[in-house]
Design a protein around this ligand. Sequence first.
Ligand SMILES: *Cc1c(COP(=O)(O)O)cnc(C)c1O
Length: 467
Amino acid sequence: MPYRTIIEPFRIHSTQEINLPTSDEREEALRRAGFNLFGLHADEVIIDLLTDSGTGAMSAKQWAGMMVGDESYAGSRSFYRFLETVQGITGLAEIIPTHQGRAAERILFSVMVKSGDVVPNNTHFDTTRANVEYQGAEALDLVIAEGRDPSKNHPFKGNMDIEALERTIAEVGVDRIPLVMVTVTNNSGGGQPVSMENLRSVQEVCHRHGIPFFLDACRFAENAWFIKLREPGYEDRTPREIAAEMFSLVDGCTMSAKKDGLANIGGFLAMNDPSMAVACRNLLILTEGFPTYGGLAGYDLEAISQGLEEVLDERYLRYRIRSTEYLADKVAAAGVPIVRPAGGHAVYLDAKAFLPHIPPSEYPAQALAVELYRDGGVRGVEIGSVMFGTLHDDGTETPAQMELVRLAIPRRTYTQSHIDYVGEVVLSVAERAGSIGGYRIVEQAPWLRHFTARFAPVGEQGLGNRR
Ligand SMILES: *Cc1c(COP(=O)(O)O)cnc(C)c1O
């Protein structure tokens, strides 16, 4: 068959204007924001790749669903549609709607986790880690070694290290491990998938020790598609069948509908154990809402139900995964260092290799993120020492393991020409990489500093000299 472009399997039905700030306006915005891209107004951004969370476009059917949302406080029709959809996909018995993924995490860990416990995961997402630690427990990352090396190619870099899991259980003891989680795809580890074989092995270990096994299922459909593409024996299975098999291995899951729910808000907690569900619902009523709406409007439940059906459409998944890979191929072909292979929802630029002359203490990934905005109004996010560096009492810092800039692709939002443009911006920055300088922090909060820190270019007179 002749080569054919994999096209967006939809046409555009309503549009939103993109502002096109000039390079002077971008320079001014950068200075006002203290070179922190979280401080920009969204209208100052041309292509916004800050996150794929809640930033996607909904379909006409989702919007239509919102018009028929049932806003009854208890027993809403929209809840029963939601229940049927989620049970249909996951096969899990107890379905608890929440306003976001992190609300599901907080409720689950409040019920299951106590101080001194250890929760293994392939790689904890930041809210998951924070919610585990909030209970006084340790969040342990056990991704395979390949998952920690940006340049290593492996089809399932999100896999959990089974030996490390066994070792952890032997060392810590079953009593202190209330559950094991696996994140699909592994967001903090580069959006990399987990194989069915690996999920089966984790399930086998958990089952043998009587430890509950939960999925952090935010990108379950993208993971199912990678299994179809890369795991022998799954070529002819549908994404829905593969997802059903993934969920059949677990005792429950947490979900952010802002990812593979194709919605702008929402999430859920699901499980098989009815007594655990009772305890979770009691907490839900306290902080989220009645169990048939869980902090969401009836119309949100409709949008999520429809989104969960659409996300498993093969044509959508083929386009989705290919469009991310398309950007990765484009920049990698020009020699730009990235995390390989491409993740499902994002391309990660390797700033350490991109800007080798900038030491980690001068935040190369921050410098690269700033430069992508300066050059073309593209907003990515620093995932390096600004986010994960450890600040010591004497003012010194231990840098993060990797210095990455994540370009997350919102779902069904940008066209191929937008993505071509992003590629051009990356290449234009790459051409003058040698002349790009580092940054120092002039103001920072005691925790989660990446959201609000202010920076100054190294060598430039600024606020920081007041120290
Ligand atoms: C986004 C995300 C969450 C948290 O979901 P929110 O809806 O943002 O609260 C948890 N885990 C993973 C892997 C995520 O990507």
